[in-house]
Design a protein around this ligand. Structure first.
Ligand code: SF4
Ligand code: FES
Length: 197
């Protein structure tokens, strides 16, 4: 089958998302909640593109024959920037002290969209940190609710380890897995070093 991306026809195999097709041909689309190893349900919407005249998340739409996709335009950029600004309104932004400083995917997106982090700095006392699974701490003020940690752990252990409840990620089963620190795009999950000793 064939779709059109940014005016160019592209041959596409079955069962590929628009995001995967774009990546295959080297077209950049920003993402935050997307992870290849888990099913994507379009939580962050940062990958918004225009598909047949509608603004939709590229990571969770399957490519279909005849689709016409635009991945970049002023309107699309404005949508993505508005989404990022919304995320930053809720985000505890203390980058210089954050464990993920320089590797944070949210910070990288902000740089790409020329968001001045000094304008969005929000310094709050760090009292809201809890242990989410053994060995890993959770700071809900830095959580962008991308659901990566939930989907990753629940799939890996084939049972409910984490869930989204009352506006945050909650533990619902005993587990020790520090891998989710790397799954998290921000500094919301980080190693509990006191536990490690
Ligand atoms: S803790 Fe991290 S991985 Fe989990 S939902 Fe929040 S931002 Fe996403
Ligand atoms: S990366 Fe597509 S909705 Fe988040």
């Amino acid at each position: 089958m064939k779709i059109t991306i940014n005016g160019s026809p592209v041959e596409v195999s079955e069962n590929k998302t628009v995001l995967e097709v774009a990546r295959d041909i080297g077209v950049f689309i920003p993402t935050l909640c997307n992870l290849p190893e888990i099913e994507n349900r379009g939580y962050c919407r940062l990958c918004t593109v225009e598909i047949n005249g509608k603004f939709l998340p590229a990571c969770s739409i399957q490519a279909e024959d005849g689709m016409v996709v635009t991945t970049d335009s002023e309107e699309i950029q404005n949508i993505r920037k508005a989404i990022l600004e919304m995320i930053f309104k809720e985000h505890f932004t203390n980058c210089p002290e954050c464990v993920k400083c320089d590797t944070c995917e949210l910070q990288k997106c902000a740089t790409k969209f020329n968001l001045k982090l000094t304008d969005v700095y929000s310094l709050q006392p760090s009292e809201e940190i809890t242990e989410i699974v053994h060995g890993v701490n959770y700071d809900y003020r830095k959580c962008v609710l991308c659901m990566r940690c939930i989907n990753f752990l629940n799939k890996k252990y084939e049972k409910k380890i984490l869930e989204f409840r009352d506006g945050a990620i909650r533990n619902c089963s005993e587990c020790f897995d520090t891998e989710i620190v790397n799954i998290c795009p921000t500094g919301a999950l980080f190693l509990n070093l006191t536990e490690e000793k």
